[in-house]
Design a protein around this ligand. Structure first.
Ligand code: OSB
Ligand code: MG
Length: 380
């Protein structure tokens, strides 16, 4: 398939409520979207998961824009690809990092192949599950009582797994209040987004008494060895998110015992080929995986829904319905949850939702078109 054009857009989408993690609060999402067109008239939309600030990873909307415009789009444009599997090696050759930018094009090409083949994106990546279980990620709240109330409301809404963001000063007492409110059997977990160090091991061990499914990313992304030390001191399984940027890092986690569960975000690891390889590695090693989220619009959500339909995704994902995030999404129909699950659009072709281009036009703050004739020649 010959890739003919890439149009980058930045939109601003206000969140229905602020989302606070250990490194700061977000009120609206700056979102980088790409529309990728093939020479035969097919086109798809995809989304970059990079945020405004380099607090989750080193990438941002602005670094991703640069990487896409100057390095990745020129390599993709004018390329004739037989298989989407061939794209990651092509784009990552002699490029260190920038996996979120890379994933934007890699996943779009999978969707283009699905469209051309007349199948759902989920089927094109080898997934066949008709429904995925949905969890919710609840940001840091102003009080333990407020958090307990939010968690109870989420369970009443049908969410099958409740994730609480934690940080020093917002941890043990907060989790205790939630556990007391929701009872001993509710599926609870926490996510620290790197907020602790190994010096906090004794404090983190206090969380063992709450029967959590897992503690996600307590230490720095690079701290695989320290995570292994921490895991030996805790009964609760550790789950890695920020640390897992590649298949190799997933293999290292398993070899070192740095965690027992992986949160896979295709946008973080360079796209579907890598996400699937991590999934397969985890299945072979008995490591449960689940699909994380980055507060995506309905476009990025479509890709997460497809991935979460693979068989190794045995834990509910942070793939919540559109209304949890946005007053109005940029796709129709919006993603909806029924009895704690989202239906995978296996019956339609491509990403399975229609992109509302008029709405995207209204939300667009910048736009840049790249075509194969105007692109720089590939620099190898
Ligand atoms: O660590 O999983 C995370 C959102 C932004 C940055 C990092 C994370 C998150 C979430 C949101 O937890 C999950 C969602 O999209 O609902
Ligand atoms: Mg996380």
């Amino acid at each position: 398939m010959y890739i003919h054009g890439v149009e980058l857009r930045e939109i601003r989408l206000p969140l229905r409520e602020p989302f606070r993690i250990s490194s700061g609060a977000m009120h609206e999402r700056r979102i980088l979207l790409a529309e990728v067109a093939a020479a035969d008239g097919l086109a798809v939309w995809s989304e970059c998961v990079a945020g405004e600030l380099p607090n989750y990873s080193s990438e941002t909307v602005d670094t991703a824009w640069l990487a896409l415009r100057d390095w990745f789009a020129p390599r993709l444009l004018g390329t004739d690809l037989d298989r989407p599997e061939h794209l990651f090696p092509l784009l990552s050759r002699h490029v260190h990092g920038h996996r979120m930018a890379l994933a934007t094009l890699e996943m779009a090409v999978w969707a283009l192949h699905a469209l051309r083949d007349g199948v759902a994106l989920a089927r094109r990546i080898g997934a066949s599950r008709s429904h995925i279980d949905v969890g919710i990620s609840i940001g840091i709240q102003s009080s333990a009582a407020a958090l307990a109330e939010r968690a109870a409301a989420a369970l009443a809404d049908g969410y099958r797994r409740i994730k609480l963001k934690i940080a020093p000063g917002y941890d043990v007492d907060y989790v205790a209040a939630v556990r007391a409110e929701v009872g001993p059997d509710a599926p609870l977990m926490v996510d620290a987004n790197n907020a602790y160090t190994l010096d906090d091991a004794e404090h983190l061990a206090l969380l063992d008494e709450f029967g959590l499914m897992m503690i996600e990313q307590p230490l720095e992304a690079d701290d695989l060895v320290r995570h292994a030390t921490l895991q030996q001191r805790l009964r609760t399984p550790l789950c890695l998110d920020e640390s897992i940027t590649s298949v190799q890092r997933a293999a290292d986690m398993i070899a070192l015992g740095s965690g027992r569960i992986i949160n896979i975000k295709p946008g973080r690891v360079g796209g579907f080929a890598q996400a699937i390889a991590i999934h397969d590695l985890c299945v072979r090693n008995g490591i449960p995986v689940w699909c994380g989220g980055m507060l995506e619009s309905g476009i990025g959500r479509a890709y997460n829904v497809a991935l979460a339909a693979l068989p190794g995704f045995t834990i509910p994902g942070d793939v919540s319905p559109s209304a949890r995030y946005w007053a109005r999404d940029v796709v129709s129909p919006p993603w909806t949850m029924t009895d704690g699950s989202i239906a995978v659009p296996l019956g339609s072709t491509g990403i399975g939702v229609t992109v509302d281009v008029d709405r995207i036009d209204d939300l667009t703050v910048r736009k840049e078109s790249l075509t194969s004739c105007r692109a720089h020649p590939p620099r190898q």
